[in-house]
Design a protein around this ligand. Structure first.
Ligand SMILES: Cc1cc2nc3c(=O)[nH]c(=O)nc-3n(C[C@H](O)[C@H](O)[C@H](O)COP(=O)(O)O)c2cc1C
Length: 277
């Protein structure tokens, strides 16, 4: 009986996912940029087709020109083809993508000429994350507009923030840098992925004082997440994936504290901020 109820719930959730569509105002339905943004999906399967050099360079250029606080450009893009990824990490680019870019929050470069900046690692890190994320998204959208698909990774294949310490060692990154995410690029193989369950506008917006989204809405969303994941991932399930993620988040916390609160330049170890245990 319980199994049957679970199955009915899954089918209902899958139905809701299939009905999910971008809310495009009719008057703007022909707008090409909106179409690119709304139809972008994370792609996790790529053809063995190389991205032409000019196309890839145009994607990188979109990253270079992204907006950022005080124009500090606190980012570094580590660029890979398959050979370099293999040489660096001993395995192919995740999902057999053609190219990969590791987006690094980087407050070290401008410090070479702005030495008077106070030691404020958390603020600098936060700003660098915001800036680098802008660059990452600009690259994603530019890629999409050029017919190149992508996926950003924080965890899969030791490629992002949850393995930041490992990436930092492999790339020999200095203090005041944190690898955030790998963007994998390539030409999509197979059908265009279905939009995953997105919360409604009313669930993620407030007008004035904060109002929490009601629990029933969140339970419904979680049921869709579980059903969608299980239907599209054979051989694993949402619960297993969640456990892996929770485990990695746990140990990434200490690594990240070390990286964000790097030793104050010119100070002894005692100069480091005290950690809450
Ligand atoms: C910062 C960031 C990290 C992500 N990490 C992963 C990852 O490790 N593995 C993965 O398969 N997808 C990852 N994704 C893709 C998300 O799962 C995806 O964006 C989300 O499910 C929404 O789907 P959509 O991009 O098709 O709208 C990541 C996305 C972002 C923005």
């Amino acid at each position: 009986m319980k199994k049957k109820q679970g199955l009915v719930k899954s089918i209902k959730s899958l139905n809701k996912i299939l009905r999910g569509k971008p809310q495009v105002p009719v008057s703007l339905a022909d707008n090409q940029l909106l179409q690119v943004i709304y139809n972008r999906r994370s792609v996790r399967s790529f053809k063995a087709e190389p991205i032409p050099e000019d196309v890839f360079n145009a994607i990188l250029e979109a990253g270079r020109l992204a907006p950022c606080g005080v124009n500090l450009q606190s980012w570094t893009f580590a660029i890979f083809n398959n050979d370099l990824w293999l040489q660096t990490f001993g395995r192919p680019i995740p999902f057999r993508g053609d190219r990969a870019v590791i987006i690094i929050a980087d407050s070290s470069r401008y410090r070479q000429v702005l030495e008077e900046f106070p030691y404020c690692p958390l603020t600098e890190y936060t700003i660098a994350v915001m800036n680098a994320s802008m660059a990452a998204m600009n690259m994603n959208i530019a890629a999409e507009a050029l017919g190149v698909s992508s996926v950003m990774l924080s965890e899969t294949g030791r490629s992002g923030i949850l393995d930041a310490k490992y990436l930092k060692e492999k790339l020999n990154l200095p203090d005041a840098t944190v690898p955030l995410t790998t963007i994998v690029f390539g030409y999509a193989r197979g059908l265009h992925p279905q939009m995953p369950p997105k919360l409604g506008m009313q669930d993620i917006t407030i007008h004035g004082r904060y109002q929490a989204t009601d629990r029933a809405t969140m339970e419904d969303w979680l049921a869709q997440m579980i059903a969608g994941y299980n239907a599209s991932h054979l051989g694993t399930n949402f619960q297993e994936q969640l456990e892996t993620y929770q485990n990695k988040i746990g140990y990434a916390e200490d690594d990240l504290k070390e990286m964000v609160f790097y030793r104050k330049p010119g100070s002894s170890a005692d100069g480091q901020p005290k950690r809450k245990e």
